[in-house]
Design a protein around this ligand. Sequence first.
Ligand code: HEM
Length: 451
Amino acid sequence: NPKCNGKLPPGSMGLPIIGETIQFFTPYSLYETQPFIKKRMARYGSVFRTNIAGQKVIVSTDPVTNYSIMNTENESLLFWCTDGLSHIFGNQNFLSQHGSVHKYLRSLVLHLTGREILRQKFLHEIDQTTRSHLHSWASSPGTVNVRDACAEMIFESSAKKLISYDESKYSKKLRQNYRAFKLGIVSFPMYFPGFAFYDCIKGRKHIRKVIEDIYQERKATKVPGHDFLDRVLEEVEKENAVLNDSNAIDLLFVLLFAAFETVSQSITLITKHLTDHPQVLAELTEEHEGIISRREDENSEVTWEEYKSMTFTHMVINEIVRLANIIPVTFRKVLKDMELDGYTIPAGWVIMMVLPLVHFDADKYEDPLAFNPWRWKGKELHTGTKTFMGFGGGVRPCAGADFAKVHLAVYIHYLVTKYRWSVVKGGEVFKQPALKFPNGLHVKIAEKHKI
Ligand code: HEM
């Protein structure tokens, strides 16, 4: 029984050291509440204690409590990564910053992911990349594993915007290393060969080295890349700069990961769900063919006005984000003893909020496990609410939500208007609690006018 100056929430700390880590990482289906959480809620109620990966954790499942925690950042409670994640992302990474430093970094990140840059510059680039990748998928003689092909497409697009990375120039392939890295990101932090965390840290070292080389070369030569790195270097070189070489490289590292992994998983899920739900596909096709019919040139690029007009597309995106729960849990660190739902949470513990629960609550969403984009009709689509926290909410909502949505909307636009596809293999999805596609999603895809 851990020490506490009050009443600790009920629960079990499991085995010495590993606590309940094994139970927490037990796989489960995309369309169910994590059994680890469900069982303990039934036994202990909406707040309980546990030990995951050596970290003392309070699990908070009540959406109203979670919403209020997400709106709080003060001397008692701060946004936090677990110790394992801090090790991976760097101790001074963006996610672990607070107050004015966080505010400053967030506004810097919005130069990469905010609406203005998306409207002025990136929508055009995303359009070009998506068109060319879909065209090459359709031109390939065999099948395409959408899971890998999407990861490649989004990685290429994000790495270009961030650091003008050109895969052909470097022997240490960034994406390959991100693969090892991501497998260990939600794992027990055991730095020993054979453990996913070990590969993850090794992957991190390689990736960081590539980013560092690009960073140092740019800093020395001062030849602009017309990318986010130019902006970062401007900040590093300011007097009294908040950013230094080390945390600037960590920032690039975190953003590259956040940008490509979340978006490529969402695109894979969208492709899968459109295959399985012809009615949704039909309504999307109608929306996008309508957009094309209103253009002077039917082959022109997607414009910002068109993007904003894609109401049904945004309903589909919200529905995918609601069901996928790509960020299954988020953390806050308790700095001073605090009260939560009648219990005392001691300083040093971590609160783990399980945001997906509200997305599967039958009182909030009728038939919650069904993929039903029409449920979003007339509802708020772009802000976090007490019942929709797919992109977080409160004081630190997702900084990349618009960036992700533009990628997804442009992909949907070209997929449904120009291509037909069928799944030939794979498509299974499970959670652990990160999303896993064990057999990928292999499709045969062809341009409509060639069929
Ligand atoms: C479908 C795609 C995405 C989903 C579902 C998603 C979800 C989330 C969620 C739930 C949070 C809040 C975490 C918390 O409160 O603890 C968050 C934060 C964040 N996301 Fe995303 N995200 C997505 C895409 C992206 C992309 C593409 C980027 C960057 C290019 C990004 C960058 C960030 C950053 C920097 C934060 C921290 C914000 C802050 O602390 O102020 N995300 N995201």
